[in-house]
Design a protein around this ligand. Structure first.
Ligand SMILES: [Zn+2]
Length: 506
């Protein structure tokens, strides 16, 4: 079973040399931030305050005008916990008790992520479950379990309708925001139907699929037949929209990837003369939502930068929070309402590369985007959902002392590494498999390395070129109309039903 496309794998590894062998000596341990609670009475009081908040919760049974679904790709529970501690410690606070933006959402369900044919899913069937309500086969998007992966003709009759298509058909506005390519599995689930998630551009498609009438995902986005089309599309993947003969505006030595010679950006601009097309942070910032009818932003030939690299010299890209804010400003002009997906698409890629730092920094960026959205909407009429499509083989383990740096080696007390049976230290964060695996004999001593370095790759057990997804449950959290339906343990496809019901769509 194919679990990861070669393009995706490459993208995991090209952004930076993800290895820090021979890294400088670790920085001296900082004194951990103090716990805000230090007595038994303090814990009882804090628990009482949380109980009071729970008792005061009243279900919001209104109809939702708007739905915003945030997806942290690959953001399993261990990522949520480590990300929370990472964010709190970055702020100089007590990480363990830190309350991140996601933690504030009042309603939560556990979500079963298996796909129709796999115990551990990829992002194509999981996204289809979330936005179209149907579990399907690994590798396919927007088609049901009757489809056959890689077979256009056999899959074409089994298209399933997404919440985005339903919204457009009813006159609502729609938008997708992702730090991955905008044609990647998760955002593509909003608008595409394909027997193969890697068919992001026609050059990736076999002749048989083209002959059978299937089109690539980029073209499906531009030619989407619902309503007036997607109103906001912000992400990476520029190369999938321009011909192989055309130079990229940001990297003139790079060319587009389209084999059919089509310039889909020109096609879109011609069809949307009052729409704005942008490709860097300056042109993005210049867009006035009051004037532009639609917004297409493609900020990298492939995926956008990881948040940890985004602000480095030359990377002129908006943050996930900035894209979210502008998307909401654009979409909220529609009085009927809107449906928006915001994906932190690269938590997943950093994990595949065995690099916790970038995965956690992108998780913090998702929190910032959520915070921006919470400040821009009215929860009386807007349902906000935050979930993940699947977990990863990512662990947080050992017995580090409270306040130990989350990227550090297990230490108790802080600064005194706990040693394994081979006399070496070990990090709190690790992977069950992936590129960080080495044999026991050649295992280096993390206690002598800078495990907090951006490029540090955590050790792993089973050697794989790319770390894998996990099959454990993820969580969905929510606020706003019908958010209280997120409770218990639910199937991933039920998320669609709750959103659909909240919007009052039949
Ligand atoms: Zn993945």
């Amino acid at each position: 079973m194919r679990t990861l496309s070669s393009a995706l794998l490459a993208s995991c590894l090209i952004a930076a040399p993800l290895f820090a062998q021979g890294a400088p000596a670790p920085a001296p341990a900082r004194a951990p931030a103090k716990s805000p609670v230090s007595t038994s009475q303090g814990y009882l009081d804090a628990g009482q305050a949380e109980l009071n908040r729970l008792l005061a919760e009243k279900p919001n049974n209104r109809k939702a005008r708007n739905v915003i679904i945030f997806i942290g790709d690959g953001m399993g529970v261990s990522t949520l916990t480590a990300g929370r501690i990472f964010e709190g410690q970055q702020l100089g606070l007590d990480g363990e008790s830190f309350v991140g933006e996601m933690d504030r959402l009042p309603h939560t369900a556990l979500v079963k992520t298996y796909s129709h044919d796999a115990q551990v899913p990829d992002s194509a069937p999981t996204a289809t479950a979330i936005v179209a309500g149907v579990k399907t086969r690994n590798g396919v998007i927007g088609v049901g379990p009757e489809a056959v992966e890689n077979d256009c003709a056999a899959s074409a009759p089994f298209k399933v309708q997404s919440l985005f298509g339903m919204a457009e058909d009813r006159g609502l506005a729609t938008g997708i925001v992702s730090t991955a390519t905008i044609t990647h599995a998760t955002p593509a689930s909003a608008y595409a139907h394909t027997a193969q998630r890697d068919w992001e551009v026609d050059a990736n498609m076999p002749a048989a699929a083209k002959a059978a009438g299937c089109t690539d995902i980029a073209r499906q986005m531009v030619e989407w037949p619902h309503g007036n089309g997607l109103d906001v599309m912000l992400g990476g993947g520029r190369q999938h929209f321009i011909p192989a003969t055309m130079a990229d505006p940001e990297y003139p030595k790079a060319k587009g990837k389209r084999a059919d010679g089509k310039d889909l950006i020109a096609t879109w601009s011609a069809a949307n003369p009052k729409g704005a097309y942008v490709w860097n942070s300056d042109s993005f910032a210049a867009v006035d939502p009051r004037n532009a009818t639609k917004l297409l932003g493609l900020f990298e030939p492939s995926h956008m930068q990881f948040e940890a690299d985004r602000t480095a010299a030359g990377n002129k890209e908006p943050s996930l929070a900035e894209m979210t804010t502008k998307a909401i400003a654009m979409l909220s002009k529609n009085r009927k309402g809107y449906v928006l997906m915001v994906e932190a698409g690269r938590i997943d890629h950093a994990h595949h590369g065995g690099n916790a730092y970038r995965a956690l920094q992108d998780t913090v960026a998702l929190n910032a985007a959520l915070k921006a959205a919470m400040g821009a909407v009215d929860l009386r009429d807007t349902l906000i959902v935050v979930t993940s499509d699947h977990g990863h083989a990512f662990t947080m383990a050992g017995y580090p002392e409270r306040g130990n740096p989350i990227l550090g080696v297990v230490s108790a007390p802080v600064g005194t590494p706990t040693l394994a049976k081979d006399g070496k230290g070990y990090t709190t964060l690790g992977y069950a498999n992936g590129p960080g695996a080495v044999s026991a004999a050649e295992r280096s001593d993390p206690a002598k390395e800078d495990t907090g370095a951006l490029n540090y790759r955590q050790q792993a057990l089973v050697p794989l070129s790319s770390e894998t997804h996990g099959g454990d449950d993820v969580v969905a959290r929510a606020a706003g109309p019908k958010a209280h339906l997120f409770k218990g343990t639910i199937e991933q496809n039920t998320i669609f039903q709750i959103m659909r019901s909240a919007l009052g769509f039949k």
